[in-house]
Ligand binder design. Sequence first.
Ligand SMILES: [Ca+2]
Length: 509
Amino acid sequence: MIRAFVFVLSICSLRLLAQQPCENLTKLSLPNTTITMAASVPAGSFALPGGRGAAPPASVPGFCRVAGVIAPEVNFELWLPGSWNRKFMEVGNGGLAGTINYNAMLDPLRRGYASSSTDTGHTADNDGHWALGHMQRVIDFAHRAVHVTAQADKAIIQAFYGAAPEHSYFSGCSQGGQEALTEAQRYPEDFDGIIAGDPANYWTHLYLGGHLWITQAMESGYIPASKTQLIGEAVYKACDALDGIKDGVINDPRRCHFDPSALLCKAGDAADCLTSTQVESVKKIYQGGRTPAGDQIFPGVLPGGEAGAGGWSTWITGSDRGRGSHTVLGMPFLQNVGFENPNWDYRGFRWQRENGFDSDVDFIDKKLGPIFNNMNPDLTAFRGRGGKLIQYHGYADPDISPLNSINYYESAVQFNGGLDKTKSFYRLFMVPGMYHCNGGPGPNTFDSVKALEDWIERGSAPEQMIASHLTNGAVDRTRPLCPYPLEAHWKGSGSTDRAENFACGLPKP
Ligand SMILES: [Ca+2]
């Protein structure tokens, strides 16, 4: 009788907790954390906060909007839907973060997740000045903020719903991909499912052998944005058909050995050719950063991401006489975090050791590598807690070389007992023709969250993910993405625009 009474009482208190007013969460006491806002948002149209005035209001289910700050200055939000799927998802950032990623919080919220994001401990967007003289901000940005946000989120979820999430997931691309792999390697207890897109996990080498290398290449032989179309067309002419289908997509651009000398001007600079210094720049971009002795610092971008929106004109050349995102993102970071000198000039970078002194690569690696780099192939703890990791990378990414994802995955395969054992918890999907995180000529829209849910909640490992390509909102091509090292092969009949006419298989010799 007493036990039955206690049981009924506990059910009632569970219900009461689940139904407690959202606004009560401001009274919640959490270590190092202040809840600054808890407000009910009705279902319907919701104006995304945070200086995104141009973004149209989003359609949302009813939710409890919680904002807080974790000491010293990690801001975060957690959105708790009234109709909860009993799961939690934290989403990642882009660039140098500095804003809560409201846009990315929408998708998990609509799926029923408790959805969260952090600004990673500073509030300036893609400007390195926040970091100068603030090592704690650097540490929070590099790895701590996402972790402590997950801890606070779980405590708030428990208080609001009266239950812990049954599953906790993280999803991010670019810097968010870096955050994803950081979590798998450094804080494996936080999430049991992780999606890592186009990750910046070899951080110092990306900034030196990628961003700085490309900035210097543009300095010595600037390529106007207007010529990226020319280069792209030549690349596809040379390499599109290598995979057996002339479809505007290069299946594996590692097999494309395009020589930009083919575009060399015969008599002076012109719109339809490259000068000799421009040819050298293109070669450097594909080659990737190297020391004068020839050691690779970071792999180069692969052919296929040159032309169009989101291609080289965004990342490498900038708009005409402008500077690409490699420069705009990379140089302030190296000035304010790397060398702690806003006047540091990238032209004077020392690529090699001289007279027994470290090179600047050594200097940055020693200073920032332990904080930022996440290339540790040991995923034992994450695997041990039942974690599953889906990584993807655009083969035509002009920002972060896709080869870095392959290099890291292959190191993980070696460390974790071979391909079969690694695929049991960690799969890499290379995305032909996708630019940085989205866009590009290849099918680049796919539901990695659904694939992760199927894997973790239904035990169905992703043997493929179906990707779509859209033009003006309409799907005009579908194709499977395959777990590396498999790739999609056309079966030999039927439309090459339909996924069912393809199968995943090993690369053909
Ligand atoms: Ca092709």
